[in-house]
Design a protein around this ligand. Sequence first.
Ligand SMILES: N[C@@H](CCC(=O)N[C@@H](CS)C(=O)NCC(=O)O)C(=O)O
Length: 230
Amino acid sequence: MTRILYELCGNDAERPFSPFCWRAKMAILHKGLEFEIAPRPFTEIADIAPEAGKTVPILVDGERTICDSWAIAEYLEDSYPDRPSLFGGAGGRAAAKFVDSWANASVSALLVRLIVKDVHDILAPADQAYFRQTREARFGQTLEEVQHDREARVAEIAKALVPMNIMLRSQPFIGGNNPLYGDYSLFGTLQWARVSSPLKLIEADTPVADWFERCLDLFDGSARRIPAAG
Ligand SMILES: N[C@@H](CCC(=O)N[C@@H](CS)C(=O)NCC(=O)O)C(=O)O
């Protein structure tokens, strides 16, 4: 059976950066399943599986096609119950949904305003035009304006990560002693920044910095193999 993860790529297909695709990839690795990667630029996503959705990640697993990182995590958990759990039970699944929402609404939403022009710069030319048009319409500003004066706003990220730093004083992962999907939710967001922007976002010598290094080491350093930007 062929299992294919369609993920976003930029000009260099060897440097995947999408936060949602990283979540899906870490989830498949956690389950220990074999899979192939199919990198696609923004302008080819709509053709992957139009009936399933218009965003990546998209997982094709035999007869099934699943779009959306959270839907992929739930699909993997329910389809492969004998593999290591991504959620650690019903309560863990519910809590992971909160972490996923928090990573999106409280971290990614700040982060995108610090790195959006850097993301643009690593895209292929055809994608750059699409990305600029859609994101400038979304923000109501040019990409340069969105990212302007970003050094002054890096502290917002540290503030958003305070709950993580407090929690990590008493446990090494969001999942407890070992990582669970909630770890991959936040990891995907921070790996997006690591791969696409030279801006230093995580304060050194903090519990979050140590946790991020532990996540980079998971699955034989799968995520660390992609060099950081800059
Ligand atoms: N809720 C979706 C969001 C996925 C998403 O927004 N993916 C971006 C790439 S990071 C995308 O495919 N965008 C398509 C576009 O902007 O046209 C998920 O969790 O998978």
